[in-house]
Design a protein around this ligand. Sequence first.
Ligand code: SF4
Ligand code: SF4
Length: 445
Amino acid sequence: MNKSIWNIEKRLDCGYLVYNTLTGGGVVLQEDEYIKYKSKPEDLESNIKSILYENGLLTNFLEEDEYAFYWNFYHTLVYQSIFDELHLVLLPTYKCNMACTYCFEQNKYLKDSLKYTFPIKALIGFIENLFNIYKFNKVRTVFYGGEPMIFLEEIVNITEELNKWSSKNGIKYSFSIVTNGTILQKSALRKLIKYGLDEVQITIDGPERVHNIRRPFLNGKGTFKRIISNLDLFLKYSKIDVTIRINIDEHNCEQIGGLIDFFIQKGYTKKNNFTYYAGLADPQKPPTDWTNSYIPLRLDQRIYTYLKAWNLIMEKEQNVVNMLDYHKYKFGLCPAKVYGSFFIDPNGDLYSCYSLVGNKEFKIGDIYNGPSPFYYRLFYLQDKKLKECLDLKCPYVPLCNAGCLYHAYVEHSDISQKVCQRKFYEDVWLRIKGEIYERICRVQQ
Ligand code: SF4
Ligand code: SF4
């Protein structure tokens, strides 16, 4: 009987939190239980041992076997997922009806790529080639941009074609949309639901005044009221999951409390299909002085920003179940680390990452010729970094998996470098997790 290598611990007022970064299981032990857990777990009472086993906190693996298991588990997910599902993020356009202050749209190289017709035929050919090799059961697309809803007709055409192709080949098709929320008419919604829409993500950056400064329409007018009226409509007429992403940086991280109050007043947080979370604003490499000075590009800025925002969320949000749900950064692989996950831009170019899409330096092929050698090199580089992290015995590997390509690009101009997030996990992530469990203890008392 051993303690898992993925366990981390935190002293709370109500006991000791022992948390497993791979399973996401957390248990609060009392002092006497904790002492036994540390020194001789076999002496713990059998019901406590069972709970620790169920949550992956105790295991029969030896230490080196648990590392070996993780290496295999990780690679199974990386390479096997395409046999189940092909995951494509489609950008029908880089164009947008808004002029957000920090948006990557300001990069010059994207201006050349504006197109109005997505190469659907070539897309189907690309999918078919992959299907002939992997025989996946599902195709999942995410529409992203620019603002994808500007080209609603393109989305309808693409989803229609993908539905036809999928049913001909006996596989499932579904999709989600990442949208700014300003164009969500009822009639469009019905059509999209019919074709397989099952999730929408909308970005709101704070209460009305703050959001409107950061995310105006192209003509400078505020977008908040329009988004909220569309959101009301959406929540009234559909049961589809809606996630609000609050983009945070040093400008707005202390002001998001008003938005959370607003969500609570509107009754959104009581709805089963509504969640929100605060995520760090990630533009491309800073195109302007403004982003250069304010966007949380460096680790210390990210720590400051995230902590400020989460303190406000903790202050406002009373529902601990919601809180656990909103606290992202669980085990999982981002699209850039999964084999067979592609971002496809309006030109049919392939990329592997949300924040590097459109940057030609990181193009990994196109839908006409398939992935390029650079695509395979990314997996090799990632494996080298992951091996280093496992050799360091970092308990945060399941959450971080050797960090983010984009952060490496921003901090070192070189994606083969590692930007270690350990300080972020220790100083921010674990602290927030501890506070959530502290609240759970209080609710249970
Ligand atoms: S590499 Fe980083 S920015 Fe890119 S998709 Fe993964 S987590 Fe997101
Ligand atoms: S980059 Fe740092 S925090 Fe992330 S897994 Fe590696 S050692 Fe751990």
